[in-house]
Design a binder for this molecule. Structure first.
Ligand SMILES: [Zn+2]
Length: 246
């Protein structure tokens, strides 16, 4: 995996879909000029691209493509989640931090795609660079709140900080006797709960804090005041109509 190309790391799953283009761009690069993205609020709101063209026309945390222009999200530890529907050739980009994930933004995106003709069995989803369980310390009270919700899958977390053998810089140090929380896992479980086939979900497992390029982690900046920049992740359909196969 090449983490430092202009397009950023690749998803082997999305790379199989010849009818689309996408990127999890390195932090700091501008979004494509014609990309639609919302004023993100950690909400469950998903809108059509036209509502965020020009960008940030409205508050939303997910954008469904309605033309050949890319749909995008910007993140810096939260999950950038790209959706592709093999049946209708629709695409979506979703910003899912813990708050938005718990608010149901992933389910909202699936609902919107289904309302426009997609079927869950045809959805392919990639979760890009985001803070991993190696570096994401969370108060144990927050985990208890999740465990008390019967609509959520069982979250994954550990008291002992997981060692990340792929880290290129020191992992986060414990700051408040919390637990080490696996946000990408929660997102994947929620997608499975909604009926997405497991082989259709690609989690890149690239931690923004200890693995991705310098300056891409909001939390690292919180700890070291070293600065950070947003990462734009985008996806688009290549052409109108055409074949409906993969
Ligand atoms: Zn890490």
């Amino acid at each position: 995996m090449d983490n430092h190309s202009p397009r950023g790391p690749r998803s082997a799953l999305l790379d199989k879909l010849a009818w689309l283009e996408y990127a999890f761009q390195p932090a700091g690069l501008p979004a494509p000029a014609d990309a639609a993205y919302g004023q993100q609020r950690h909400s469950a709101r998903v809108v059509l691209a036209g509502q965020n063209q020009p960008p940030k026309s409205c508050e939303s945390d997910g954008v469904i493509g309605d033309s050949l222009s890319p749909v995008a999200v910007y993140t810096a530890d939260c999950l950038p989640v790209l959706f592709a529907d093999a049946g209708t050739h629709q695409v979506a980009a979703v910003h899912a931090g813990l708050q938005g994930t718990l608010a149901g933004v992933l389910g909202s995106a699936i609902d919107s795609l289904q309302a426009r003709g997609a079927q869950v069995a045809g959805l392919y989803i990639a979760i890009g660079p985001a803070i991993g369980p190696c570096c994401y310390e969370l108060g144990s009270d927050r985990v208890a709140q999740m465990q008390a919700r019967d609509d959520l899958p069982t979250p994954r977390w550990s008291v002992e900080q997981p060692h990340n053998p792929l880290a290129v810089r020191p992992q986060a140090r414990a700051h408040h006797q919390g637990v080490w929380f696996d946000l990408p896992y929660l997102a994947r479980e929620l997608l499975l709960q909604r009926g997405i086939p497991a082989p259709h979900i690609d989690v890149l497992n690239l931690c923004t804090y200890c693995m991705a390029e310098t300056g891409s982690s909001y939390r690292y900046n919180t700890h070291f005041a070293s600065g950070y920049q947003s990462r734009f992740s985008w996806i688009r359909r290549r052409e109108e109509g055409g074949v409906t196969s993969l």
